[in-house]
Design a protein around this ligand. Structure first.
Ligand SMILES: Nc1ccn([C@@H]2O[C@H](COP(=O)(O)OP(=O)(O)OP(=O)(O)O)[C@@H](O)[C@H]2O)c(=O)n1
Ligand SMILES: C[C@](O)(CO)[C@H](O)COP(=O)(O)O
Length: 231
């Protein structure tokens, strides 16, 4: 049963404050995009990769992919991450039974973690990578007053990959579109269907490169990994 991957890279990187989409920023000698795409496109358990990019980036990504040894399908994204995922799902072949959805801005996930979530989704049909929250989280009202403090032991910081049975995620996106619902991750849409979603423990290194400080943190993560390999 084939596994497909949708990598979403069609954002604009506003919070990075860069003059162009953050996926083009350098990280340890390659672009963030190149790190993430090659990780999945060369993974032995991944049968198909769809890369979702903006209209603005499409031609440059297409030109870059011609220099790479692996095959990746290109798809244009939408104005929201959810719509980009939807476009990516539509480009996956029906040979895929399961799909991993991953942020291009998360280049630090490892091959073993990818194998682990593929194994888990075959059992659970819907599972997401996450790590326990380290800080206390508050719910704050519109006037800046704390309304509640959820019990920290029940809170997780959600990452990607998020993995699903393809037919389930396609149905979730269709129902969300019909209801005009917008989620910040794909698991929300599956939860709205009433389907259970399990957690697979990720790593605190699997950060999403969002603001400038994430770039030097990312360089340090990769430097320490190279050091560990050289020992
Ligand atoms: N319309 C969108 C918005 C986001 N993404 C992708 O979803 C991932 C996570 O989104 P985020 O980190 O928010 O990226 P941006 O939207 O580019 O960042 P910002 O919100 O700072 O503009 C990124 O790989 C981004 O490229 C996408 O494919 N389509
Ligand atoms: C999907 C996600 O990475 C899980 O934490 C996150 O919700 C993406 O949010 P963004 O604002 O689109 O980066």
């Amino acid at each position: 049963m084939d596994v497909g991957v949708v990598i979403v890279a069609a954002g604009s990187g506003k919070r990075m404050g860069s003059h162009r989409n953050k996926i083009w920023l350098p990280l340890a000698g390659k672009t963030i995009l190149a790190h993430t795409v090659s990780l999945f496109a060369t993974h032995p358990e991944v049968a198909e990769v769809v890369l979702v990019v903006s209209e603005q980036d499409y031609l440059e990504v297409e030109k870059w992919l011609r220099t790479e040894p692996y095959r990746v399908k290109l798809q244009r994204g939408g104005s929201e991450r959810q719509y980009s995922v939807r476009e990516g799902l539509s480009a996956l072949s029906d040979n895929c039974t399961y799909v991993l959805v991953h942020d291009a801005a998360r280049p630090f996930v490892t091959r073993d973690q990818i194998s682990g979530i593929i194994h888990k989704v075959r059992a659970d049909q819907a599972t997401i990578m996450a790590v326990p929250v380290k800080d206390t989280i508050k719910v704050v009202g519109p006037t800046g007053i704390v309304e509640s403090t959820p019990a920290r032991e029940s809170l997780w910081t959600v990452q990607t990959p998020q993995a699903f049975r393809l037919s389930l995620l396609r149905e979730a996106h269709k129902k969300a579109d019909q209801a005009g619902k917008l989620g910040t991750d794909d698991a929300m849409l599956v939860e709205w269907l009433g389907h259970s979603v399990s957690i697979i423990q990720g790593s605190y290194e699997n950060i999403k490169i969002t603001t400038p400080e994430d770039l030097w943190l990312g360089e340090e993560i990769l430097r320490r990994r190279r050091e560990r390999l050289e020992r």
